[in-house]
Ligand binder design. Structure first.
Ligand SMILES: NC(=O)c1ccc[n+]([C@@H]2O[C@H](COP(=O)([O-])OP(=O)(O)OC[C@H]3O[C@@H](n4cnc5c(N)ncnc54)[C@H](OP(=O)(O)O)[C@@H]3O)[C@@H](O)[C@H]2O)c1
Length: 226
């Protein structure tokens, strides 16, 4: 499948690399290709600059958000939550219309330091805001509840016996995203219903952040026992 991964951070890199490895045609989207390739500093989390990752992943090409989205059959939103709607607007509503969007973003507000707060919650979610801003897009919220390396290689933890979620209004889009998650190795994928289910997975973040602090690692996930 032709897939655009919007986002050059650790999530964009992880998802793009895994999709390319699985044989998909992957274009990574960024604001400014030259600026992204010219970065030499690690990001705020200490991850190496994009060019270093790109050199090791020649199968994934880099393009502007709009060029990446234009030819894609499926689009992944791996941009910072506070700017996701701006990034998707730059990608172009016309380039996104009718497509499936796997939305991994979280509505984290770091303006008052750590831990971040949620800039939308309770009666709304970032997933819903993206769906409302782009009504022709088939938004499926997924994978925002675990760290990037586990999104793409769930079997590295307890042999994959842990849970991920999908939420979205379009049944066919959820089937497409579920198949992708299965191809990554996920086996327990719970359908939370329509896109309002994103409220639950986004509001899981305060607990996720607290667990990361207590366990001193992001390498964990929840398993829903039933
Ligand atoms: N890190 C994790 O393990 C993890 C886990 C679950 C969910 N998430 C969520 O996944 C998303 C990506 O996380 P991340 O840590 O990989 O990267 P990030 O640092 O949150 O986001 C990086 C991306 O945001 C874009 N961006 C930044 N400012 C922008 C602006 N003003 N306008 C348009 N685009 C802008 C960057 O564009 P350029 O390429 O142009 O720089 C880059 O592609 C976030 O929403 C995060 O909350 C992360």
């Amino acid at each position: 499948m032709k897939i655009a991964v919007l986002g050059t951070g650790m999530v964009g890199q992880a998802i793009a690399g895994r999709l390319a490895e699985l044989g998909h045609e992957v274009v990574v989207g960024t604001r400014d290709v030259a600026a992204t390739m010219a970065r030499t500093e690690p990001d705020a989390m200490g991850n190496p600059p994009y060019a270093e990752w790109a050199a090791a992943h020649p199968d994934a090409t880099l393009a502007t958000f709009a060029d990446a989205a234009r030819d894609a059959e499926l689009v992944v939103n791996a941009t910072s939550g506070g700017v996701s709607i701006a990034a998707l607007t730059t990608a172009g509503a016309g380039n996104l219309a009718g497509k499936v969007l796997l939305d991994i973003s979280n509505p984290l507000d770091f303006s008052r330091g750590f831990p971040p707060t949620l800039f939308v919650k309770d009666t709304d979610s970032l997933g819903e805001q993206i769906q409302a801003a782009f009504p022709d897009l088939k938004v499926v919220k997924a994978l925002n509840t675990l760290t990037a390396s586990l999104m793409i290689r769930p079997r590295d933890l307890t042999d994959g016996r842990h849970t991920v979620f999908v939420a979205g209004n379009d049944t066919g889009a959820k089937k497409t995203v579920t198949a992708l998650l299965e191809s990554f190795g996920h086996t327990d994928i719970i359908d939370l219903g329509d896109i309002t289910g994103a409220r639950g997975t986004e509001m899981f973040l305060p607990l996720w952040l607290r667990l990361m602090g207590s366990l001193n690692t992001p390498f964990f996930n929840v398993r829903v026992v039933r």
